[in-house]
Ligand binder design. Structure first.
Ligand code: HEM
Length: 538
């Protein structure tokens, strides 16, 4: 079996899972030698030159030279906080996950982020927001890596580099899209019309949240839950903020970006420091796990579609309170590493092709960003469950593993502790039929509808929200230099709604085109337009 020595867990090193690298009353070198002077380098006489033998000088400057790590390739700008998740017990019939049991408390760390801006960019730009939660459960770490918008731009992860290249700053001037020409972004979303749904959410008030505390969070993809009896359901995860959903208006967002680029970061930290702990309720929409993986005609594997709450109400399964700010931004917020493959018994992935590509991407990027394969040993990433893996050595190895050799089965190394029943383990293969269809680079036909839910969203908005959406499209498209791109995007708006298209076209001084597909017949959803809505009973 795997040798018994292992990395200490966060729980064992004592909560909070941080490692205060400073001890003693005196200033020392990194080797612990006490220093007399850290203000002057060693020189050949008072007028120099500086001597190469001054190890303290070289150690101090060398370490400083290497203080930065690469920022995240997306979601580089963020803020985080610690807290606790408490299960309601309402999900135990759906999932065997221990942290969902009634009154079970689990430590969490949440990182909120914008997507496109660099680490130093402003908080209140029009963008999607990340909402990533790490649950340090007794059964291993579970990461729910979501956004504040329930759908995504693309249906297949292979398109992710394309959409991000189109949205990031121009390669020549490195000027962000949000402040300069918008041609590449609008080129992409008008050529790849599956992006139109996510884009209208960005153009709505959801694209400029008032605070991280007033955002919903969505797992976006459909996940599979497995209960004690091995029965499965498909679910979508939702976080609902206790404070309700609130947004800025565009003028406020622009002013805040200039006057206080740290507006959301400050708001989160100030609220927690003053005891106004933000709270979210976690809920699931539940769907039968049928071979078709559809619900009410909606393909549950298509991440550009959501299921309206009128068709599948969100069922509350627990609550999360954030009550502690990070001690050290770099150690915690910058070094935290989320991954959709961090699953616990009772929660599994589906075949959503966007989700499947994400399973590859996060670990891969973190190998570069966090300098090798041992970043799970960084305190913020350490599981609170006992770890007894067979991973050894590598850059930045902190554990001193004992035992003969990490191979399995292994008769020399004290037993065989690795096997457990399905009920206790993650990564159990849920029996899902994989078809005998040939390998193919093609989407299912159900992925072809790019407009019906965009129209549903538009028609569900209040008149004020619709005005904001018209203004946002007009403002952003006006920043494009290429007329052909504006016209192509107007064509997409014509397929959403004639009024929306006409109003934006008028604002741009262009003719409104005719739709190219029949307008979808949809019933507006009263739930979608829910800005300001707070928890029932408040
Ligand atoms: C980072 C959400 C799609 C690649 C993030 C983060 C969030 C997120 C919240 C920030 C994590 C943090 O705070 O550290 C989502 C959602 C998606 C999505 C909700 C779609 C439903 C994708 C896809 C890819 C991708 C399709 C690639 C194929 C990445 C990468 C990072 C990232 C590389 C940086 C991770 C790191 O450096 O630690 N994503 N993402 N994402 N995402 Fe996604």
């Amino acid at each position: 079996g795997a040798p018994q020595t292992r990395t200490p867990t966060g729980a064992e090193t004592g909560a909070p899972p941080t490692d205060n690298g400073q001890q003693g009353a005196f200033l020392t070198t990194a080797q612990g030698a006490r220093l007399r002077d850290t203000d002057h380098s060693l020189k050949a006489g008072p007028r120099g030159p500086v001597l190469l033998q001054d190890h303290h000088l070289r150690e101090k400057i060398t370490h400083f030279d290497h203080e930065r790590i690469p920022e995240r390739v997306v979601h580089a700008r963020g803020a985080g906080a610690h807290g606790t998740f408490t299960g309601y017990g309402t999900a135990t019939k759906l999932s065997r996950a221990g942290f969902l049991k009634k009154n079970k408390e689990t430590p969490v760390f949440v990182r909120f982020s914008t997507v496109l801006g660099s680490r130093g960019s402003a908080d209140t730009v029009r963008d999607t927001r990340g909402f990533a939660t790490k649950f340090y459960t007794d059964e291993g770490t579970f990461d729910l890596v979501g956004n504040n918008i329930p759908v995504f731009f693309i249906q297949d992860a292979i398109k992710f580099p394309d959409i991000i290249h189109a949205g990031k700053p121009h390669p020549d001037r490195e000027i962000p899209q949000a402040q300069s020409a918008h041609d590449t972004f609008w080129d992409f979303v008008s050529l790849h019309t599956e992006a139109q749904h996510h884009t209208i959410w960005n153009m709505s008030d959801r694209g400029i949240p008032r605070s991280y505390r007033t955002m919903e969070g969505f797992g976006v993809h459909t996940f599979r839950l497995v209960n004690d009896a091995g029965e499965t359901v498909l679910v979508k995860f939702h976080w609902k903020p206790k404070l309700g959903v609130h947004s800025l208006v565009w003028e406020e967002a622009q002013l805040a970006a200039g006057v206080d680029p740290d507006f959301h970061r400050r708001d989160l930290y100030d609220a927690i420091e003053s005891g106004a702990y933000p709270e979210w309720e976690l809920g699931v929409q539940v769907f039968p796990d049928t071979p078709e993986e559809t619900f009410a005609g909606i393909d549950l594997l298509d991440p550009t579609k959501f299921v309206p709450e009128e068709l599948a109400p969100v069922q509350p399964i627990g609550t999360m309170v954030l009550d502690r700010t990070p001690t050290n931004y770099h150690a915690e917020v910058e070094q935290v590493a989320f991954h959709l493959g961090h699953l616990v018994p009772g929660i599994d992935v589906t075949n959503d092709p966007l989700l499947q590509g994400r399973l590859f991407s996060y670990l891969d990027t973190q190998l570069t960003r966090l300098g090798g394969p041992n970043f799970h040993q960084i305190p913020i990433n350490r599981p609170h469950a006992p770890v007894n893996d067979m991973l050894r050595d590598g850059m930045h190895q902190h554990a001193v593993h004992g035992g003969v050799a990490p191979y399995h089965p292994n008769s020399l190394d004290g037993g065989n502790p690795s096997e457990a029943g399905d009920a206790e383990t993650a990564f159990v293969d849920v029996p899902v039929t994989v078809t005998e269809a040939p390998k193919i680079r093609q989407n299912p036909a159900s992925f072809d509808d790019h407009y019906s839910q965009v129209r549903l969203f538009w028609l569900s908005m209040t008149p004020v929200e619709q005005e904001h959406i018209i203004s946002a499209y007009t403002f952003e498209l006006a920043k494009c230099y290429e007329q052909a791109i504006k016209q192509r995007q107007l064509l997409s708006l014509a397929n959403v709604d004639p009024v929306l298209c006409q109003r934006v076209a008028t604002g741009l001084g262009l003719p409104a085109p005719e739709p190219t597909v029949p307008l979808a017949e949809v019933t507006p959803s009263p739930v979608l337009s829910q800005l300001g809505q707070t928890w029932p009973g408040d």
